[in-house]
Design a protein around this ligand. Structure first.
Ligand code: FES
Length: 160
């Protein structure tokens, strides 16, 4: 990665620490390993993944196979807070499209995007598993159910 024509040197110390805490790494350790890397770097940086592959002998294709299968992993920089808006059937019929528009209006980003200040990443998901709360969103680990468009701004501003 280049910023202002200067080569950015990747800090490998977090990766060193993670790998040294797991002396014998097998394919079965891949998920906890990726969780730790994401926790330390904020997301699964390509250069870190490649270095991890080189050191663990786990193929890059295998790593990306796992990383793209699970929603918990991010391949792009992620905001400090994650807003998940359910677009499942129960939520859809109770106003999820209007809730989605309201979130975009408040944050300035569409689903799949992160705000420029890295405060919020906005995602839509197939079902949050709490259909009885429809329409429902999550911000980080918090659920907000029986939502109305008018409540969206107040809820989001609590996380700024
Ligand atoms: S459809 Fe929205 S929580 Fe299940």
């Amino acid at each position: 990665m280049k910023v202002n024509n200067k080569q950015v040197v990747l800090d490998m110390r977090p990766l060193d620490e993670i790998l040294s805490s797991m002396p014998e790494i097998s394919q079965g350790d891949l998920i906890p390993l990726l969780q730790q890397i994401q926790s330390r770097y904020g997301y699964l940086r390509r250069d870190v993944v490649c270095e991890m592959s080189r050191r663990t002998k786990i193929a890059v294709s295998r790593i990306y196979g796992v990383a793209t299968f699970y929603e918990q992993f991010h391949l792009e920089p992620h905001g400090r807070h994650t807003i998940k808006c359910c677009r499942g059937t129960a939520c859809h019929v109770k106003g999820a499209p209007e809730i989605t528009e309201a979130i975009t209006r408040v944050t300035g980003v569409s689903p799949g995007e992160t705000t420029d200040d890295m405060k919020f990443t906005f995602e839509t998901v197939a079902c949050l598993g709490t259909c009885f709360l429809a329409p429902v969103i999550m911000i980080d680990d918090d659920y907000f159910g029986h939502l109305t468009v008018n409540k969206v701004e107040g809820i989001i501003t609590n996380y700024e």
